[in-house]
Design a protein around this ligand. Structure first.
Ligand code: ZN
Length: 271
C-alpha cells in the first residue's frame, strides 16, 4: 500500500491510497487506527507530508562513509537527537533559511524515514519491522553553524528550525519494501546529484535502530525515525562547502518510495 495525505478544494486534509496508475482513492479514518479505502477518487489540490508525526527521532552519523567525511569516529551506539514537530514541511513547500536567528550554513541530508504504526517498547530486532507502518523520504535539514559551533555541545538547535524536516511524497508499507537496507538513496540539488548511495551502508540497520530506540522507551504511534544520511552533504563538499541558498531546489529520492522536492527560500521577516 502507498498512503498519501492531501488537501481537497475545501481545505480539508485526508489520507488517500495511491493506485498503480497514479490516481488515489480517499481513505475514511486514520491510517494509525481503523480505516477504510473508499471507492471515491481523491480530490488532490495539494499533497501534504504523508503523516503528522507524534515525535521525530533523528540518528546521527549512521553511514560509514558519512562518518568518515565528517571526520568522526564510527559510533558504538546510535547517536540520538530530536527534531520538533514544528520542523515538518510538505512536499513542494519551501525550506526556509533562518533569518531572525540567522544561519549561513544550511545543509541538506537525504534520509530514509521510518514511521512507527503501533506503540512498542523493548522490541527485538527480529520483531522490529512488525511495528512499522511505512517508509518515506525525509530531508534532515541542518544549520551547521547552530548544530556544531553554536549548539552548546549537542545538535538540536541546528536541526530544530521550522521547515527543517520535509517528508514525503508517500508512505510505503513494509510489504512493498521488505529490505529497507537495500535501497538506493540520493539527493539532487538543482538537478545535480550530490548524494548517491545505498541504505546498506548504515552502521545500525533499521531493525537495530528500532531495537535500540525502543529500549526502556515507548515509541508511540506516529513516531518518525530519521535513519541518518550518507556522504555527500554540503558541509563536506570540496573545495568549499555547498550551502543551500534562496532559489535552490532540493530533491530527495529513495528507491521504491519516490522523489521529495522542496524549493529553498529565506524566512520572511515577521511583523
Ligand atoms: Zn541526519
Amino acid at each position: 500500500m502507498k498512503f498519501i495525505r492531501y488537501q481537497d478544494s475545501n481545505g480539508r486534509a485526508h489520507y488517500g491510497a495511491e493506485q498503480p496508475d497514479g490516481s488515489a482513492l480517499r481513505i475514511d479514518g486514520d491510517i494509525f487506527r481503523m480505516h477504510r479505502v473508499t471507492a471515491e477518487p481523491a480530490e488532490i489540490v495539494k499533497r501534504l507530508a504523508p503523516v503528522v508525526p507524534a515525535q521525530i527521532l533523528g540518528v546521527g552519523l549512521n553511514y560509514r562513509h558519512h562518518a568518515q567525511e565528517s571526520k568522526m569516529n564510527v559510533p558504538e551506539v546510535p547517536v540520538l537527537f530530536v527534531k520538533g514537530i514544528n520542523t515538518v514541511q510538505h512536499p513542494g513547500d519551501p525550506i526556509l533559511i533562518p533569518t531572525h536567528l540567522p544561519s549561513a550554513e544550511v545543509d541538506y541530508e537525504c534520509e530514509l524515514a521510518v514511521v512507527i504504526g503501533k506503540a512498542c517498547k523493548n522490541v527485538s530486532r527480529e520483531r522490529a519491522l512488525d511495528y512499522v507502518l511505512g517508509f518515506t523520504c525525509a530531508n534532515d535539514v541542518s544549520a551547521r553553524d547552530w548544530q556544531i559551533r553554536r549548539g552548546g555541545g549537542q545538535w538540536c538547535r541546528g536541526k530544530f528550525f521550522d521547515t527543517f524536516c520535509p517528508l514525503g511524497p508517500r508512505l510505503v508499507t513494509p510489504d512493498e519494501i521488505p529490505g529497507p537496507n537495500l535501497l538506493k538513496i540520493a539527493t539532487h540539488l538543482n538537478g545535480e546529484t550530490v548524494q548517491d548511495w545505498t541504505t546498506s551502508d548504515m552502521i545500525f540497520d533499521v531493525p537495530a535502530l528500532i531495537e535500540f530506540l525502543s529500549g526502556s522507551t515507548t515509541l508511540v504511534p506516529g513516531t518518525v525515525i530519521l535513519t541518518g544520511t550518507p556522504h555527500g552533504v554540503g558541509m563536506a563538499a570540496k573545495p568549499t562547502p555547498r550551502w543551500l541558498k534562496p532559489g535552490d531546489e532540493v530533491t530527495i529520492e529513495i528507491e521504491g518510495i519516490g522523489r521529495l522536492t522542496n524549493p529553498v527560500a529565506l524566512e520572511p521577516a515577521s511583523a
